[in-house]
Design a protein around this ligand. Structure first.
Ligand code: SF4
Length: 325
């Protein structure tokens, strides 16, 4: 049963002004948090499956983006033992206006993390796992080698599990992308997050065309890896800008596009400018398919790792169908 709850409003990660979690946002004026429309419905956490996932996560001292980003889908995903692991700590060196992950100077890498993640993947019996990370601009390779170690550790423990990485942009980290691609994840995801005109206000540490180029380069290096990218809508973007972004991703040969509604984590984060209707999401999905994506997920609660396992199976089927097999 779907339950209407306000996970974000009840989340302890919603910090007030001046909090230690987002010190760079403390001075910003408040953006009142709007009431969500009826179509934003989520399953409340607390089922036996959710509790068992939580136990494994806690026992291994793991960090998940599900919790750190206050994801509204945590009740549904964890019930199915699907969690997205966030590696390299809980502190991000960027300070995006939409993101609820803690910002600041991170600590050193945990050399045992690859084995801990691999052990958890095996215990959860995951057929498909999504690994993401905080931005580690402080590391010479942006954390690329650590990503590769995690991929290799999972391959050893769970050779049949497919692996999806959701990486930072490795801006100004020469050779980093190549290290991750050489470890051969099944899906390489890098989110554009928003349209180009929003970058200075929403994603100021990143560069739109660098992110497009990163995705294009993955395909050039290894055409067998599926590429994927996602955006949030409701951040003041224009429809035409979203369509342009689709074209930019297709020109980089990206296979899979996700589009979801932006939800404001705290009053210090970017305001929701608009709640996009389910019909408008459907319109984006239809257009994106006409532009040639293998797969499109565009709904208010779409998140880049939501239903990732099922979507991987669809991606493989779509590629085979295109090849006429
Ligand atoms: S959609 Fe992704 S981040 Fe959200 S709960 Fe599911 S796995 Fe975690």
């Amino acid at each position: 049963m779907a339950t209407v709850i306000d996970l974000l409003n009840n989340d302890p990660r919603r910090m007030s002004a001046g909090s230690a979690r987002h010190p760079e946002k403390a001075h910003r004026p408040d953006n009142p948090i709007q009431r969500k429309p009826d179509w934003i419905r989520v399953k409340a956490p607390g089922s036996p499956g959710w509790a068992s996932t939580q136990k494994i996560v806690k026992e291994h001292g793991l960090i998940t983006v599900c919790e750190e980003a206050s994801c509204p889908n945590i009740g549904e995903c964890w019930d199915k033992k699907h969690a997205t692991f966030m590696i390299m700590g809980d502190t991000c060196t960027r300070a995006c206006a939409f993101c609820n992950v803690k910002t600041g100077m991170p600590g050193s890498l945990d050399p045992h993390e690859p084995e801990k993640i691999a052990d958890s993947v095996a215990k959860l019996g995951l057929h498909h796992v999504v690994i993401t990370s905080v931005d580690r601009d402080d590391l010479a390779d942006g954390g690329a080698e650590h990503f590769a170690k995690v991929i290799r550790a999972i391959r050893v423990r769970s050779p049949d599990t497919t692996i999806e990485v959701l990486t930072p942009d490795f801006l100004r980290k020469e050779g980093a992308l190549e290290i991750v691609v050489a470890a051969r994840p099944d899906v390489f995801n890098h989110n554009l997050e928003t349209v180009a005109s929003n970058y200075l206000t929403v994603r100021p540490g990143a560069r739109y065309f660098h992110s497009i180029r990163l995705l294009q380069r993955v395909k050039e290096l290894d055409p067998t890896i599926f590429t994927k990218s996602g955006i949030m809508v409701g951040l003041g973007e224009k429809r035409n800008e979203v369509l342009q972004l689709m074209d930019d991703l297709r020109s980089a040969d990206v296979d899979f596009l996700t589009i979801g509604q932006y939800l404001q984590p705290t009053k210090k984060h970017h305001a929701v400018i608009e709640f996009i209707t389910p019909d408008a999401f459907k319109g984006y999905e239809t257009i994106a398919y006409t532009k040639g994506f293998f797969l499109v997920s565009a709904t208010p609660l779409t998140r880049s790792s939501h239903h990732a396992g099922e979507d991987f199976a669809k991606l493989k089927a779509a590629r085979l169908a295109k090849a006429g097999r």
